[in-house]
Design a binder for this molecule. Structure first.
Ligand SMILES: *Cc1c(COP(=O)(O)O)cnc(C)c1O
Length: 380
């Protein structure tokens, strides 16, 4: 059912929603209030000081000392492109693990930049198999990087980033890691696991609005970007230029105009994570996820992903037999309960629902609302 047209002459008023899809997640009023402050100049010394603080906050949430750690202006997909376009030159070989939509997007991005892509396929709904990665690295000694998705939001599968990164290191290749949904949802140790180029997004477990992509590069990755033989194909995403703005000390060079108010919001969202404690945030995601799964299973529903490969923040549940029009049920959840859950993607379209428990949307109250609402719409 389509919504009524929005009147251009009237103030747009949002309906009340509870966000339990694959992102964005609920944004705390504190973050919204921070963003409602007046816009200041993006080179104002006060704003530059805020940028420095945000870089420090991001280092803590990524668990890294990497100098190049910053929020790129753009959604998670831009962070993905930043990693590929800076680290790969045309003709370079990259091994991309594909076990869902976002591994597939990585493959397309790498191909567009002229890389030779070797795909390691795993079934959707399962983790990346380290043995297959090892075999691919042995078959392709020319590979420059290994790319994989830590938490596949399209299916809810968690891959073992620590093991995959160790295998990559043993073969002398860099890692490009999608941590869009894993950051602040499950343990992620950029330095501890020696990951090279990692990107995330603000609208998943960080619970800030969409539009920024935290990115971090190891010293090695930054070196590779600096020593390229060919220029980075993108002017906007060239880290050699972006860092002049984000890391220029007091002498920042204008590169582009950062989304000032979005960064006020990110600062507040990261502050809330630090107030709670990052490890407590991880534990909350795990605890609330187990409550949701117990409730769904008590209703006779089945999860897609095996228990030991699940991410807590995205729960793919099989749509029960007898539901002919699952989209109509999601519309009812939205219209009658103000509750958004996600549809299945790709081969799971029409077969699963994706229930997000990300950041501020990861509470017992959310679980209760979701279970109650599902019981009502599944009854009729
Ligand atoms: C959401 C998501 C992205 C893309 O982020 P956008 O902000 O939508 O561009 C990439 N990878 C994963 C794993 C995601 O969940």
């Amino acid at each position: 059912m389509a919504a009524a047209a929005v009147d251009a002459a009237a103030t747009f008023t949002m309906p009340k929603r509870v966000l339990m899809g694959p992102g964005p997640s609920d944004v705390h009023p504190r973050v919204l209030a921070a963003m409602a402050q007046p816009t200041i100049g993006h080179l104002d010394p006060v704003f530059v000081a805020l940028m420095d603080t945000i870089k420090q906050q991001l280092r803590r949430v990524f668990r890294t000392q990497n100098e190049l750690t910053m929020p790129v202006s753009g959604p998670g997909s831009v962070g993905m492109e930043v990693c590929f376009v800076n680290l790969l030159e045309p003709g370079d070989t990259v091994i991309v693990c594909e076990n869902g939509v976002f591994g597939g997007r990585m493959k397309q991005v790498a191909q567009r930049y002229g890389a030779k892509v070797v795909v390691v396929n795993d079934p959707w709904g399962r983790a990346v198999d380290p043995a297959k990665v090892k075999a691919a690295l042995e078959a392709h000694p020319e590979a420059k990087a290994l790319a994989f998705v830590h938490a596949e939001t399209s299916t809810g599968a968690l891959s073992d980033a620590e093991t995959l990164a160790r295998i990559a290191r043993e073969h002398g290749v860099m890692t490009i890691v999608d941590a869009v949904t894993s950051l602040a949802g499950v343990p992620l140790e950029v330095d501890g696991w020696q990951l090279d180029a990692v990107y995330s997004g603000t609208q998943k477990c960080l619970s800030a609005p969409p539009g920024l992509s935290p990115v971090t590069f190891s010293a090695r990755a930054l070196d590779v970007a600096k020593q390229r033989k060919t220029p980075v194909q993108s002017w906007f995403m060239d880290v050699n230029l972006i860092t002049g703005y984000w890391s220029g000390g007091t002498k920042r060079a204008y590169h582009h105009t950062a989304p000032v108010n979005a960064l006020y919001g990110l600062h507040e969202a990261l502050r809330m994570i630090e107030e709670e404690g990052l490890e407590n945030v991880w534990a909350r995601h795990r605890r609330v996820h187990l409550q949701l799964v117990a409730g769904l299973e008590a209703m006779g529903l089945k999860m897609l992903v095996p228990a030991d490969e699940r991410i807590p923040e995205l729960n793919a549940v099989m749509i029960p037999e007898g539901v002919d029009d699952e989209a109509a049920l999601r519309s009812r959840l939205l219209n009658e309960f103000g509750l958004e859950i996600g549809a299945g993607l790709g081969e799971f379209a029409g077969k699963v629902w994706r229930i997000g428990l990300m950041g501020q949307s990861c509470t017992e109250r959310h679980v209760q609302l979701c279970l109650d609402a599902l019981k009502v719409v599944l009854k009729r």
